[in-house]
Structure formats: C-alpha cells, structure tokens
Ligand binder design. Sequence first.
Ligand SMILES: [Zn+2]
Ligand SMILES: [Zn+2]
Length: 346
Amino acid sequence: MKAMVLKQYHQPMEWLEVETPSIGEEEVLIQVKACGLCYTDLKIQRGEIPPPIVTLPHTPGHEVAGIVVDVGKRVQGIRKGDAGVLYIYVPCKRCEPCLIGRENLCPDLKRIGFELPGGYAQYVKAPAYAFCPFDKGFSFEEMSILTDAVATSYHAVVALAGVRPGQTVLIVGAGGLGIHGVQIAKLCGAKVIVADKKEKALRLAEQHGADHVVSAGKSPLETVREITHGMGVDAVLEFVGSKETIAWSLPSLRKGGKLIIVGYVPGQPFPLDTMAMHYNEWEIKGSRLCTKVELLHVIRLVEEGKIRPVVSRTFPMQEANEALLELSNEGTAGRIVLTNREPLTE
Ligand SMILES: [Zn+2]
Ligand SMILES: [Zn+2]
C-alpha cells in the first residue's frame, strides 16, 4: 500500500510504498476513505511532539473513516464492508482511569497517528475495540472528523463544562474544533458567544448558531461583559489555549465559572492571578480528546442531524503536504480532510 511518511521533522512527507499492515486476532484492517487534518499534525511535522510519543519514520492521521476489509479471528460483531470511524486511543482497559470510564487518561495509552501509524495511508489497522460503526450513506469525509474535531468539543462542553440550558458560554477560536463546540453548546441550550481573529470563522460561527460573535483582534473582554450585563460567562471553552487569549478569556468568567482548556501551545505556560482565582472561585480544567462512549454519542447526534460536521476543504491523500501548508498559512474555518478517492491498489 501507499502511505504519507514523515522521515524528518520540518520536511515534507513522502507518498511511499510501505507494507500493508497484517492484523492480529483481535484487530481489524480499515481501507481509509477519509482522514481529517488536525493542527496537531502540524506540531508532529515540526517535531513538537517528539519521542517516545512520535518516532520517525511516521505516518500521521488520527481522524480515520473507512471500510472494514479484514477482520481478526476472535473479533465479534464487525463484518467486512462495515463503515465506521476509529476511536483514536488504544487504552489498557485495566487501570483505574480505564475502569471508571476515563480511558482518555489511561497512563498506558497508545494513539492512532501518534505512537501507532495513522490514517494518511490507504490502509490502517486498529484493535476491534477502536472501531465505531456508522450508518451507511453518511459521507466518510464528514464522519472522519467526528473522532477528534467533534467528539473532543463534545467532551469539553458536555462532560467538563457541564453546559446547561440558560447558561452563557464563550467559545475562543472557531476553527476545526471550536465550530463544533458552538453547535454542541447550542444543543445544550446555552447562549453562545464566539471570539476569533478571523472574520471568516466568525461568519461561519454565525451560520452554525452563535448568538454573538466578537473579533479577538484586540481583547474582547469589554464586549463579553456588555453582552452578559457585567456578569461574565458561565464557561469559557479555550480552543486556542495561548497565554494571549487566556489573558482575557479567564477574566470573562462570572464568579464560580469554569475555564476549559482544549487547545494548547507546547512549552508556553500562562501567568495566573491567584488573588482573582481566590475571590472568584474560578475553575480551570484541561480537556483531552473524549471517551469512546462520547464518540458513540456524537455519531448518533450526527446521524440524527443534530450536529453538522463542518468540512471546509478536501485534498487527495497524496497532497497532505499542501493541505498542511494551507492549515498553517490560513488556519481553517472548519476542518480540512484528506481523501482516497481513486481505486486503491495493494
Ligand atoms: Zn487532533
Ligand atoms: Zn488504562
């Protein structure tokens, strides 16, 4: 099969002939139809996620949708021809976080597209556990981005922020993840304010239900206070996670509000006003991907038409470098997705 291979950091990946993965008894082989492009893939290419997580040569890609083409002997309930996506994390299923349903915090995690080869390829193998089917007829391009862009936002908004009807939420950054955060917060019954530097992202956020959009070119703190009649918001969903945005997003909270950090900038801590933390009892939580059951919920919500996956552009798999360049130059309103459209050859 062919796969995009990163041989050296800061260099383009190469579309190379590599061995098609052979599967174990409890694994499945997926013919990749589509694979979403994540900002983390840029971090991987730039060497910001070094060994032991990512070792070279490496094939990235953690938003995989495709068709089952081979099934291990001991796999039950999955058949050749099934369409589905892959839960990115391969947890141990024995440790305490795994046993309480927080397998995204398993200390023995391996991840598709990080420690394991990813979906910028014609085929990828995965434990049967990772395979989450969806109804035939849904687009692979749209379904691929559920595994991270949509389900990560769902975990942050529903499980960690606990957004409820009547609350007000500030979404910082309406890119590939944030645009789904907008939809999910609306689904939870909240009023949604979106801050982003890019006009294009703000217009897209409006199309997907944002009640107010504010430019993040300069601090939107005053505008957020005006919208909330001086109270502040119940929750901030930080999809950027830079010290520049947290400088105004944290003080946008009302007393007792929650800041959920989803996006991150490696090696750039932010200063914290401990006195303000004390007087306001603000909570700050990190948010990491999602649990498998949350991914299953998200698949159902998309099948029911309650969330619309936002794909801004597609590229052929071989043009992953061009796609990454577009992501780094333009940022993106919605997700970029790579596709294997032409007939696949072994
Ligand atoms: Zn990602
Ligand atoms: Zn575990």
